[in-house]
Design a binder for this molecule. Structure first.
Ligand code: GA4
Length: 333
């Protein structure tokens, strides 16, 4: 079938300057959300990788392509136009600089807030012609993706035999949910095509884990995304424009007391093609206490983490470097 057909991605690996061929569709779990076994596969994938791909996800292709073309239009604007929507403090347009502590990547992006008032922000200057249309297209996409995310989180709860099915999804559904949306554009990196450089400048987005509960990613058909396995090796994720890639965030790792893994991932720059990705980061309300669910604790099992609120975690995350182990601060020794 289509899903099991081998897909190859040719990526120049920036660390060892070797061109490697990967076929990883056999490793990365693929979950068909319409199948009854989905909930068990999701749990297994979250334990083993903290990462999986979903098909039959229910997000209309129309909502995806409409937002994709808005994103292409935006990133095609001249730099001085896009710059008007920046800097990303923390929302808005950003170029090469990631976060506030010196991280850089071969990427430009737009960081947006859930329920944002686009008219009142700098973005209206960029979507000047028709900010209303952008807002509608974005809202349609975000609602459909949030809905899929909540379904996945409910399957997760069922797969974990948790009685309260919406124990995770209610955090994303909450009016106060601190979710974020990100559009990333990785332009082709000419120096890579010419094979001039092979240092870390060639990284699109450096390795990191996501702080939130769950991240829902969709990209065009350009490779670049890699995930880190338990044995610390990196594998390339073959792109698939019609599927979503889901990853476990730090908060979900804590809520499952380490049973689910917050996956390290990165994006390598590409010499020839533009990569465009859109990611919904599902986060809890700022005041939410992030702690292992008592119903998941077996016998005398103790929490691996100190108690903290999402606000406290976020504050400490924004003071960190991208590659830092952010949960380290909150581990019980
Ligand atoms: C990683 C996940 C999301 O993209 C993000 C990122 C945020 C940013 O780009 O502003 C951070 C990064 C992310 C984690 C550590 C801090 C904050 C950059 C950075 C160095 C929007 C998020 O929530 O955390």
């Amino acid at each position: 079938s289509k899903q099991t057909t081998e897909q190859y991605s040719y990526i120049r690996n920036c660390n060892n300057n070797k061109t490697s061929t990967f076929s990883t569709n056999g490793i990365i779990p693929v979950v068909d959300l319409t199948k009854p076994e989905a909930k068990n596969l999701i749990v297994k994938a979250c334990e083993e990788f903290g990462f999986f791909k979903v098909i039959n996800h229910g997000v209309p292709m129309e909502a995806i392509s409409k937002l994709e073309s808005e994103a292409i239009n935006f990133f095609s604007l001249p730099y001085n136009q896009k710059e008007k929507a920046g800097p990303p403090n923390p929302f808005g347009y950003g170029n090469k600089q990631i976060g506030l502590n010196g991280d850089v990547g071969w990427v430009e992006y737009l960081l947006l807030k859930n329920n944002q008032d686009y008219n009142s922000m700098r973005l209206s200057s960029v979507f000047g012609q028709n900010p209303e249309k952008f807002r509608c297209v974005l809202n349609d996409y975000m609602s459909a993706v949030r809905k899929m995310g909540c379904e996945i989180l409910e399957m997760m709860a069922e797969g974990l035999n948790i009685e309260e099915k919406n124990v995770f999804s209610k955090l994303l559904k909450d009016k106060e949910s601190d979710s974020i949306f990100r559009l990333n554009h990785y332009p082709p990196c000419p120096e890579m095509a010419l094979d001039k450089k092979n240092d870390e400048n060639m990284v699109g987005f450096g390795e990191h884990t996501d702080p939130q509960i769950i991240s829902l990613l969709r990209s065009n058909n350009t490779s670049g995304l890699q995930i880190c396995l338990r044995d610390k090796s990196w594998i390339s994720v073959p792109p698939d424009y019609s599927s979503f890639f889901i990853n476990v965030g730090d908060s979900l790792q804590v809520m499952t007391n380490g049973r689910f893994r917050s996956v390290r991932h990165r994006v390598l720059a590409n010499g020839y093609d533009s990569r465009l990705s859109m990611i919904y980061f599902g986060g809890p309300p700022l005041s939410e206490k992030i702690a292992p669910l008592p119903c998941l604790m077996k016998g005398k099992e103790e929490s691996l983490y100190k108690e903290f609120t999402w606000f406290e975690y976020k504050k400490s995350a924004y003071a960190s470097r991208l590659a830092d182990n952010r949960l380290g601060h909150f581990e019980r020794i």
